[in-house]
Design a protein around this ligand. Structure first.
Ligand SMILES: *Cc1c(COP(=O)(O)O)cnc(C)c1O
Length: 393
């Protein structure tokens, strides 16, 4: 990797240290300065290239899989996947350790599909042994849904051991890889994954507007008639794309154009490995610099993802998150409030068009913000450290 700083994305807007939408390159934004007809051959060709290039990212198993893009944000894709691949009489084991797992369970509820929720709380990882025990106990479970990186805490869930337990029990695996695909390796064939979903505005660094399902071709063929929804029927979208090259309803044309430019940048950065290495370096620059100020991460190093990091808020009574947020924004960085129930926290995303030079400045900005508030130590409250110890056990 060269150490030339990435150019600032624009003319002075703050960096989005948020897990999507995130900071995109100028080239990605520029790719949208044109209108395309949805029916026109040029746009159909773009759709076809998009599908094929996404499949290139999954490696040697690509011939057994297909890629179906669908309009909407990531949650639309999770709903499309659950509604299309889980038959109406199926039952899903949802492995939740944060907001996105709980949202998937709620989605199944709306869809009228049976669900067994394993709720690990805010940030404990669901382990393979727990999955195996639940599956052995309940033969009615047909599918397991895992969240690859649970973006609400930043935990990187152990998908390999979850996949192994699911395979051993003869059930089907579905993965929400929204905030991981494109930066963390995901080989669906090796995992025995029936389908997974991701979206345009996360690790591929496109703008929001569509997501995609990557699924086994045999699962796709078998999914006809399962969906509860017209707009979110993966099989119907696929059938139309195969026969006419078109999306069924108005496609997000500009978003697709931007995404193709984002895919070019992804490839020139070295694909999944290159992108993942930059994010890892972002995290490994940010975390020690924040620790040097006294901040501590929620997660033990073992579960820290290179996607987003949760920090405890300092115990110092002079610390005020709203002021901290504004002070960071004034220095060009938009951070993210935390989502934990037990202790106060905030999150800093490591994904998007930024590199470790930027992360060094993020920690400098945090130091200045603390000084501005009169906070002398960023050390978290004792209760937070007890929580953390519980997690490490
Ligand atoms: C971003 C994300 C989603 C989708 O959220 P939207 O707000 O609908 O885009 C789903 N799951 C995970 C893990 C995510 O990070």
């Amino acid at each position: 990797m060269s150490d030339t700083p990435l150019p600032a994305p624009d003319g002075g807007e703050p960096y989005l240290l948020t897990p999507g939408p995130l900071t995109t390159s100028y080239a990605v934004k520029q790719a949208m300065l044109k209108d395309w007809g949805s029916w026109d051959d040029d746009f159909r060709a773009m759709t076809s290239v998009l599908r094929s290039r996404l499949l290139d990212l999954i490696g040697p198993g690509r011939d057994s899989y297909d890629c179906v893009p669908i309009q909407g944000s990531g949650s639309f894709l999770v709903e499309a996947m659950l509604g299309s691949f889980v038959p109406q009489d199926g039952k899903v084991l949802v492995l939740a350790n944060g907001a996105y797992g709980l949202r998937a369970a709620k989605t199944l509820d709306y869809l009228g599909r049976a669900c067994h929720l394993l709720d690990m709380g805010d940030y404990l990882p669901p382990r393979g042994t727990e999955v195996a025990a639940i599956l052995a106990d309940d033969p009615a479970i047909t599918h397991v849904l895992a969240i690859h990186c649970e973006t609400s805490s930043g935990i990187l869930n152990p998908v390999e051991e979850i996949a192994a337990a699911t395979r051993a029990a003869g059930r089907k695996l579905l993965i929400d890889s929204m905030s991981a695909f494109g930066a963390l390796p995901l080989d669906p064939e090796a995992l025995g994954c029936a389908a997974f979903v991701s979206s345009a505005n996360k690790c591929i660094e496109g703008v929001p507007g569509f997501g995609f399902v990557i699924c086994r071709k045999d699962e796709l063929a078998a999914s006809k008639g399962n969906s509860h929804s017209l707009a979110l029927d993966v099989h119907a979208q696929w059938e139309t794309m195969e026969s006419s090259g078109q999306w069924r309803f108005t496609p997000p044309t500009h978003v697709v154009a931007a995404f193709l430019t984002a895919l070019d940048a992804h490839a020139s950065e070295g694909g999944v490995a290159g992108r993942g290495a930059r994010y890892l370096k972002n995290r490994d620059t940010l975390v020690p610099a924040m620790r040097a100020l006294g901040f501590e991460t929620l997660l033990d190093d073992r579960w820290l993802s290179p996607i987003i990091v949760t920090f405890f808020c300092p115990a110092d009574p002079k610390f005020d998150f709203a002021r901290f947020y504004d002070a960071m924004k004034a220095r060009g960085f938009i951070i993210y409030p935390g989502k934990l129930t037990v202790v106060d926290s905030f999150r800093v995303g490591c994904i998007g068009q930024m590199d470790h030079h930027v992360m060094t400045r993020v920690a400098q900005a945090a130091a200045e913000a603390l000084t501005e508030m009169g906070v002398t130590s960023a050390a978290p409250p004792a209760t937070a450290l007890e929580e953390k110890k519980r997690l490490a056990a």
